[in-house]
Design a protein around this ligand. Structure first.
Ligand code: ZN
Length: 138
């Protein structure tokens, strides 16, 4: 069995940001030499997500507005978690958008649907955070 393990680092300029990481993950699949297998991609932080959806800027604004309605950042004092912190909303946003994705590898490529792209979702950014990529197969 072949395998490849790699941590990708991110430091977003904004507090909340979505970054398309499909090309980075695809490059790791190519580097792994795996032709048939699985690729796990997970956020290593509890205030960030990895998810699959469309790379369409309107949709990303819609996600941001929707998440702000569900778990608004302000007022920070409205959350029990924010006694000494200010990121309770980010924990909740991460929970909704998910921790990880698993994508099939077929003939050496990510086997994504026609509009599927892999995103890093940051909800408490402006500091260095990691995503784990684990690829296994033959
Ligand atoms: Zn926290």
């Amino acid at each position: 069995m072949k395998s490849l393990t790699k941590e990708l680092w991110f430091e977003t300029k904004q507090r909340r940001e979505f970054i398309n990481i499909t090309d980075q993950v695809e490059a790791l699949v190519a580097a792994s030499g795996v032709q048939e297998g699985l690729c796990l991609v997970n956020a290593m932080h509890i205030t960030a997500s990895v998810f699959i959806n469309d790379d369409e800027s309107g949709l990303h604004r819609d996600f941001d507005i929707w998440l702000e309605k569900l778990a608004p950042h302000e007022p920070v004092s409205s959350y029990y978690h924010n006694r000494g912190e200010d990121n309770a909303d980010a924990h909740m946003k991460r929970q909704i958008m998910g921790r990880e994705v698993v994508v099939a590898i077929t003939q050496g490529r990510l086997h994504l649907g026609p509009w599927e792209q892999i995103f890093y979702g940051e909800f408490d950014g402006q500091r260095r955070k990691r995503v784990l990529v684990k690829i296994i197969g033959e």
